[in-house]
Design a protein around this ligand. Structure first.
Ligand code: PLP
Length: 475
């Protein structure tokens, strides 16, 4: 088999094969070890001159996945912050590939643009963001942070009388970026990509966990003497789910004429439940907001969204044109003018499908179930003398460490690192270590739609079992 045109007749069988195998894989995902030991060893070698044909290639891929794919879509993957794909989102994502739409403009695919428009509107409703803001679907929270901060950079340049998209940053002073200690690595990466620079981030933390020192932030803003600045806030810090005080930061932004960007990659979902809505109070006074789709929305990778309060500034940061691309003058959002990429996957299909399938109350039910599971885990940690919870649990992340009394404090970091590796190798549950307040700690995050109490209950059981094997009693 060489030229793909000879393969036209195989398409249906290819899709049927993959549908069957995917269903089988997912049927086993509740109980399978989270990370099998293999690394797809058989897929390498030189590029062959003649192809093996689609079915043989797909069978090899399926075998490799069976042996080596991390079961990150499953209910016991608590590492990083990773959702799975709801049935509606996953199937719509497959459809996205089959339809292969380019969500570029209303000429390339009115279908994809309309679905993105509705999805963005529904997300604004879900999160309580003002309807008049612009929004766009992105590849994740890194690009959503990039998008929001690009709008901030444009605004900042205009405040200096410079259109930075036209003329660049040269000749301008450094861009001041101020925040607490929760600023995520992806926001810093976005600042690097934007030419603002990682080193421009000024951190005002009240303690070693990164909690914002709002007084110090206020003093620093006063010190700028009215010069425009960007405030970087985080709603849902990755280690323990902490929140910057958004209302206070919005007040400071207002008082000092600053731009407030909020990274709500997963924490924005606090808005979905009345039990946690208060945590994001003030979000509607931000200037840009980032959220993830492949985290708590449970849309398959990759998906996120950025929202900007001023649609003109947003568009100004990303608009591009060429004669052959056509012009759109209807006033409708052209999403390639709001996003870093021009050719874009039609992510609106999966977002639309999952929101249509489960609605506001479905998402509220899922979020509240996860909040309850996080509290359940926190209670289990608190009940164990060999475990120490290191932080409150405002949302869905439980930060704790193994601390048997027979081990000296100065040995705990190394012990928890080794235990973290043992948890990953064991594979019954999956979560890694972080450093929180200077201590090596675990931080399981609960965001997967499949997760049930019995999955969460394995966390403490596994840590205690593997921990006891590392430091047997009496040692
Ligand atoms: C607070 C926060 N911001 C941004 C990101 C980056 O998201 P992504 O990996 O989807 O780009 C994460 C990922 O965990 C996060 O927790």
């Amino acid at each position: 088999m060489s030229d793909p045109i000879l393969d036209r007749g195989a398409l249906e069988e290819c899709l049927r094969l993959v549908a069957g195998e995917a269903a089988r894989y997912l049927a086993g995902i509740d109980a399978a070890p989270v990370r099998p030991p293999g690394e797809a060893d058989g897929v390498g070698g030189p590029l062959s001159d003649d192809g093996v044909g689609s079915l043989e290639a797909l069978r090899a891929l399926i075998d490799a996945a069976e042996a080596a794919a991390t079961r990150s879509a499953g209910p016991r993957f608590f590492h990083f912050v990773m959702g799975g794909g709801t049935p509606a989102a996953l199937a719509a994502d497959w459809l996205t590939s089959a339809l292969d739409q380019i969500a570029f403009n209303w000429i390339s695919s009115p279908f994809a643009l309309r679905l993105e428009q509705v999805s963005v509107d529904w997300l604004k409703e879900l999160f309580g963001l003002p309807a008049e803001w612009s929004g766009v679907l992105t590849t994740g929270a890194t690009t959503a942070n990039f998008t929001g901060l690009a709008a901030a950079r444009r605004w900042w340049g205009l405040r200096h009388g410079v259109d930075v998209e036209e003329h660049g940053l040269s000749g301008l002073p450094p861009v001041p970026v101020l925040g607490g200690g929760y600023v995520h690595a992806s926001a810093v990466k976005a600042l690097a990509m934007l030419g603002i620079g990682r080193q421009q981030v000024q951190t005002f933390a009240a303690d070693a966990t990164g909690r914002l020192d709002a007084d110090a932030l206020g003093r620093a803003l006063r010190g700028l003497g009215g010069a425009p600045a960007i405030l970087a806030a985080t709603a849902g810090e990755v280690n323990a789910g902490g929140f910057d005080p958004l209302a206070i930061m919005a007040d400071l932004a207002e008082e000092h004429g600053a731009w407030l960007h909020v990274d709500g990659a997963f924490g924005l979902f606090a808005a979905v439940s009345p039990a946690t809505r208060e945590l994001v109070s003030g979000i509607e006074r931000a200037h840009s907001v980032a959220v993830d789709g492949h985290k708590w929305l449970n849309v398959p990778y990759d998906c996120g969204a950025a929202f900007v309060h001023d649609p003109d500034v947003h568009r100004g940061a990303f608009a591009a044109s060429a004669a052959y691309l056509g012009r759109e003058e209807s006033g409708r959002p052209v999403f390639s003018d709001l996003a870093p990429e021009m050719s874009r996957r039609a992510r609106g299909l999966a977002v639309w499908a999952t929101l249509r399938a489960y609605g506001r109350s479905g998402y509220r039910a899922m979020v509240e179930r996860h909040l309850g599971l996080a509290r359940r885990l926190a209670d289990q940690v608190d009940a164990e003398p060999d475990l120490e919870r290191l932080a409150d649990v405002p949302l869905n992340v439980v930060c704790f460490r193994y601390r048997p009394s027979r081990v000296a404090e100065e040995e705990l970091d190394e012990l928890n690192r080794r235990l973290g590796q043992a948890v990953l190798d064991d594979g019954r549950v999956f979560f890694g270590t972080t450093v929180y307040g200077g201590k090596v700690a675990f931080r399981p995050a609960i965001v997967n739609w499949r997760t049930r109490p019995e999955d969460v209950d394995l966390v403490v059981a596994t840590v205690l079992e593997l921990g006891a094997a590392l430091v047997p009693a009496g040692v």
